[in-house]
Design a protein around this ligand. Structure first.
Ligand SMILES: [Zn+2]
Length: 50
Protein backbone atom coordinates (compact mmCIF):
# COMPACT_ATOMS: atom_id res chain seq x y z
CA UNK A 1 0.00 0.00 0.00
CA UNK A 2 1.24 3.46 -0.78
CA UNK A 3 1.09 6.34 1.65
CA UNK A 4 -0.94 8.51 -0.70
CA UNK A 5 -4.55 7.38 -0.54
CA UNK A 6 -6.04 10.74 -1.45
CA UNK A 7 -4.93 10.55 -5.06
CA UNK A 8 -5.25 6.94 -6.12
CA UNK A 9 -5.83 7.86 -9.75
CA UNK A 10 -2.73 8.37 -11.81
CA UNK A 11 -2.23 11.36 -14.07
CA UNK A 12 -3.10 9.12 -16.99
CA UNK A 13 -6.37 8.08 -15.37
CA UNK A 14 -7.32 11.69 -14.75
CA UNK A 15 -6.51 12.67 -18.31
CA UNK A 16 -8.56 9.73 -19.58
CA UNK A 17 -11.55 10.65 -17.44
CA UNK A 18 -11.29 14.25 -18.61
CA UNK A 19 -11.32 13.06 -22.21
CA UNK A 20 -14.23 10.66 -21.69
CA UNK A 21 -16.16 13.32 -19.79
CA UNK A 22 -15.64 15.72 -22.68
CA UNK A 23 -16.82 13.27 -25.34
CA UNK A 24 -20.01 12.73 -23.34
CA UNK A 25 -20.95 16.40 -23.05
CA UNK A 26 -19.46 17.75 -26.29
CA UNK A 27 -21.97 18.09 -29.14
CA UNK A 28 -19.21 17.89 -31.73
CA UNK A 29 -17.83 14.65 -30.34
CA UNK A 30 -21.29 13.13 -29.96
CA UNK A 31 -21.93 13.90 -33.61
CA UNK A 32 -18.77 11.97 -34.49
CA UNK A 33 -17.13 15.04 -35.97
CA UNK A 34 -13.44 15.87 -35.49
CA UNK A 35 -13.08 17.93 -32.33
CA UNK A 36 -9.90 19.88 -31.60
CA UNK A 37 -10.58 19.71 -27.87
CA UNK A 38 -10.93 15.92 -27.96
CA UNK A 39 -7.74 15.65 -30.01
CA UNK A 40 -5.88 17.81 -27.52
CA UNK A 41 -7.24 15.87 -24.54
CA UNK A 42 -6.38 12.58 -26.22
CA UNK A 43 -2.85 13.80 -26.83
CA UNK A 44 -2.52 14.89 -23.20
CA UNK A 45 -3.78 11.49 -22.07
CA UNK A 46 -1.19 9.68 -24.20
CA UNK A 47 1.58 11.84 -22.77
CA UNK A 48 0.36 11.48 -19.18
CA UNK A 49 0.25 7.69 -19.24
CA UNK A 50 3.88 7.30 -20.28
ZN1 LIG B 1 -15.40 17.57 -28.35
Amino acid sequence: MTAQTASKATAGDEAYETWVGHTIVCATCRAGAPCVTAIRLGRAWRQARR
